[in-house]
Design a protein around this ligand. Structure first.
Ligand code: AMP
Ligand code: GLY
Length: 432
């Protein structure tokens, strides 16, 4: 089967490996913005191209592609799936109208309200140039400021962590010069992610994962795309209740049904729900229209099915007949990122990868030139540990990180017993 993968990061490296393991004689083609060495070596052919370039469709047609899988959000926002479907190529990745759920946070909050979807925090949308943000910030008291458009996970700013009330007001005014804005109530709790394959109406859910957005240990510093993530050897995380997971699944099912009603387009691809478990139950932080990066690297390697069988079920609307199963194993994924990331990262600096032992390596935002691997300034290499417990998986990942040489850093604390205990205590305190 001739498959096109769009995207060249760690998430796409995990997808490429899953495709390569298929029994359907996969011939993999990739469209990526720079040469990811992990993906390149699994491909028949790749094209170096912007991931939003419509010429990707020509590459797909020329290579008689039978199925396309979209990794990142930017091609979804650019309507690449619509163009591929129009060329007769089925796509795992929602059409543009359905992908709004990720790329327009203002649309999504209004949509959740209209369809009465649970987990909606207090919010207000401000359109570019509109005034009145100071008053609304005063009214809520504790807020999060979100540019409505895509910012690579780096545009959202949280009061208390990133600034006080005056800083929030100034940031809101600044964002409004160029973009629509959502101001919402700041939720207090623990975050978790639930990812699912979606065929238009049926969802197949992966185990819950927790990402770590902050750049530095102890959840300090600026927001990043995600510094690392873990899951347990079951569907829920140690700080979660079963009802958090079932509530999240219900919200995601409701959202998929409502997307079809609102847009007329079936949601086919991957839906990612980001939730906050709070004292009052779960709230929706955001939806993404694709796998998370790093969260994809936790769950994709655990899929027991042939990955292409699942993809075909997504595009043919037959997920109800395909039982998607995940191995009951814990994983810990840690990113090695360039020194100075995210504000002033070391770019074009060599990374050497030694023997990572039992840990698995995913290449992310790096490129290969003359046999050497270089950083780009974004998250570079992800190291995955897999074991029966989070504790053992963490040790494997941490040992693996020692094999990396270069101007890099990572968060030692992700997946450690100390941090997990802290999360459990935090939730116990909130729920008491
Ligand atoms: P987002 O890009 O919407 O995922 O936001 C990035 C990060 O900002 C999230 O992972 C949270 O850590 C934080 N965040 C977003 N919305 C809220 C909220 N309403 N309350 C508290 N934290 C939030
Ligand atoms: N790790 C968060 C995201 O992929 O959006």
């Amino acid at each position: 089967m001739r498959v096109l993968l769009v995207g060249g990061g760690g998430r796409e490296h995990a997808i490429a490996e899953a495709i390569a393991r298929s029994r359907r004689d996969p011939h993999l083609y990739a469209a990526m913005s720079r040469k990811n060495p992990g993906i390149a070596r699994l491909c028949r052919e790749f094209i170096l191209i912007k991931e939003i370039d419509p010429a990707i469709v020509d590459f797909a047609v020329k290579n008689k592609i039978e199925l396309a899988v979209i990794g990142p959000e930017t091609p979804l926002a650019a309507g690449i799936p619509d163009m591929l479907w129009d060329a007769g190529i089925p796509v795992v990745g929602p059409r543009r109208l359905a992908a709004q759920i990720e790329f327009d946070k203002a649309w999504t909050r209004n949509f959740m309200k209209k369809y009465n979807i649970a987990g909606l925090p207090g919010f207000r949308v401000f359109r570019k140039g509109e005034s009145g943000t100071d008053e609304y910030i005063d009214e809520l008291g504790d807020v999060v400021i979100k540019p409505a458009g895509l910012t690579g996970g780096k545009g959202v700013k949280v009061m208390g962590d990133h600034f006080g009330i005056e800083g929030a007001k100034a940031y809101a005014r600044e964002v409004l010069k160029n973009d629509d804005l959502v101001i919402e109530e700041r939720l207090i709790g623990e975050e978790f992610t639930v990812q699912a394959f979606v065929d238009g109406s049926v969802l197949a859910f992966a185990p819950a994962v927790q990402d770590h957005k902050r750049a530095f240990e102890g959840d300090k510093g600026p927001n990043t795309g995600g510094m690392g993530s873990y899951n347990d050897a079951k569907d829920i995380l140690p700080f979660m209740k079963e009802s958090d997971y079932s509530g999240a699944k219900k919200i995601m099912i409701d959202a998929v049904m409502a997307v079809r009603k609102e847009t007329g387009v079936p949601y086919q691809g991957v839906l990612y729900g980001q939730f906050m478990a709070t004292a009052k139950g779960i709230s929706v932080i955001e939806f993404n229209a694709r796998f998370g990066d790093p969260e994809a690297m936790n769950v994709i390697p655990l899929i027991e099915n042939d990955f292409l069988d699942v993809c075909l079920a997504v595009v043919t609307g037959t997920l109800g007949k395909t039982k998607v199963a995940f191995k009951k194993q814990a994983t810990v994924c840690k990113y090695a990122v360039p020194e100075g990331y995210p504000d002033d990262p070391a770019k074009d600096s060599v990374v050497e990868i030694g023997n990572t032992g039992n840990a698995h390596v995913f290449y992310s935002s790096v490129y290969e030139k003359d046999g050497w691997v270089y950083t780009t300034g974004s998250r570079a290499i992800a190291i995955l540990g897999t074991a029966g417990t989070i504790h053992d998986a963490e040790k494997i990942a941490q040992d693996g990180l020692l094999a990396l040489k270069g101007r890099l850093y990572s968060r030692r604390d992700i997946g450690t017993e100390e941090l997990i205990r802290k999360r459990i205590k935090h939730m116990e305190k909130l729920r008491a």
